[in-house]
Write a protein that binds this ligand. Structure first.
Ligand code: BQF
Length: 293
């Protein structure tokens, strides 16, 4: 069993990005600038945005954090989105999800200029991904592809089971894995809450990508000997022995599953750090106008 060290790969890539930024600056170019909008005080969202701001510093990017209370109106938020769309200083921006219930996430996502949509959630970027055109790629699936590439994991013709069908992870992940590319060229099955006999689907898989948000969903008896297991879960579970009061729990019963795997990602330190790094890559691409105009 080989552990996939997402944290180490992420650190390496951030170093590569920082070097490229310094080259850009030396040649008289512009420092990439990421803005993030955070609404409310959800503990997870606070941590994620803090991770993004810190990574911007490590990459040599400019970052701007815009905060609102949870009771901000949809109208006010849309106004800020429009402002960032028109701000020539900002290369790309994100609106941290989830948003409070009274705000329509889809409406906000569609209000973002697709050329600054470094999360890759705008329908234009989603559509371009689905037909294999250059676009901003959803960060978590792109981070997973980068891990598969850097560990030289063979995906061509392999059976890949994606657990979860979210717009942010499951659907774009399935799309990337079935594309004509390396990694890619896999035979992909997407499983969800209505799938009959998920355990049997998983047992057929050479690669399992677990993105359901259900702690320890994938058990040892669901995994084929020698399978590759990618754990996207980051559920916070109460843990009084930690000073934070919680720990991160993956969708995979790591302790019992790991001995059967050829490769497996841990939680924390697996997919999570790669999600952040993918956002940094998109921001660099936005700064260089490499995808659009
Ligand atoms: C790690 C996210 C659910 C809903 C919205 C490093 C992150 C997490 C874990 C992180 C996530 C999850 C992010 C680790 C960003 C990943 O060391 O294991 C980094 O910051 N993430 C998000 O922005 O929104 C989410 C999960």
């Amino acid at each position: 069993m080989q552990l996939i060290d997402g944290k180490a790969v992420a650190t390496q890539i951030k170093k590569e990005i920082a070097e490229e930024v310094e080259r850009i600056i030396a040649e008289g170019g512009k420092r990439p600038h990421l803005a993030a909008i955070l609404v409310g005080h959800d503990g997870g969202s606070e941590t994620y945005v803090a991770n993004k701001v810190k990574s911007c510093e490590e990459c040599g990017f400019t970052s701007t954090l815009i905060r609102y209370e949870a009771d901000i109106t949809e109208e006010e938020l849309l106004k800020k989105v429009e402002e960032l769309n028109n701000d020539p200083e900002v290369d790309g921006f994100i609106v941290q999800l989830p948003l409070p219930r009274h705000i329509d996430e889809q409406k906000v996502t569609e209000a973002i200029d697709y050329r600054k949509d470094v999360d890759g959630f705008h329908p234009i970027n989603v559509g371009r991904l689905s037909i294999g055109l250059p676009c901003f790629l959803s960060a978590t699936p792109n981070g997973i592809m980068e891990l598969l590439a850097r560990y030289n994991i063979d995906t061509k013709g392999k059976k890949c089971v994606v657990l979860g069908r979210s717009n942010i992870v499951g659907k774009p992940m399935a799309n990337l894995m079935m594309q004509k590319s390396t990694p890619g060229d896999a035979t992909v099955t997407v499983c969800h809450s209505h799938t009959e006999n998920i355990a049997e689907e998983c047992r057929q898989a050479d690669i399992i990508i677990a993105a359901l948000g259900q702690p320890h969903f994938v058990k040892a008896d669901m995994v084929k000997e020698g399978a590759v297991v990618i754990d996207v879960g980051t559920t916070r579970v109460p843990d009084p022995t930690r000073k934070s009061g919680f720990r991160l729990c993956g969708d995979v019963d790591f302790e019992n599953v790991a001995p059967k795997c050829s490769y497996i990602t841990p939680v924390p330190g697996g997919v999570g750090p790669m999600t952040i790094v993918s956002l940094m890559k998109n921001t660099l691409l936005a700064g260089k106008r490499e995808i659009y105009k």
